[in-house]
Design a protein. Sequence first.
Length: 143
Amino acid sequence: MRRFVFRLQRILDIREQICDEARQELVRRNQARDQEARVLAELEGEYLRAMIRDGGTYSASELVMFGDYRASLKQRIAQQKERLIAAQKAVDEAKERYVEASRDVKALEKLREKRQLEHTELALREEGAALDEFAIQRTPRGN
């Protein structure tokens, strides 16, 4: 019986490599998004702490300073939210690439399995035909 050889194996290998790279990129993008979310949470926490500090008695200059600090924090929070949105968009794009690459790999793997099954069935038919021919040749002929 001939050994099964999938002619598209090199393409499958390349697509598997592309899929793995897309998966790694998705992981990196997820980590970057998570980091942006942590920074946003820290800024929002700092803003809340700045709001709580308002309860005491302060001089006019301290109140102005607190107001400026809170305004600065608000601006940084808005900027961080934009960064988080951009990071989520990058995650979505990376996920799309990974899903597409995964689909390509699965399609080729399915084709390989189908071709391997066809090869096995053909080999069994050929073997059966060879055994039938052998049995016919071994049968004594009566004249």
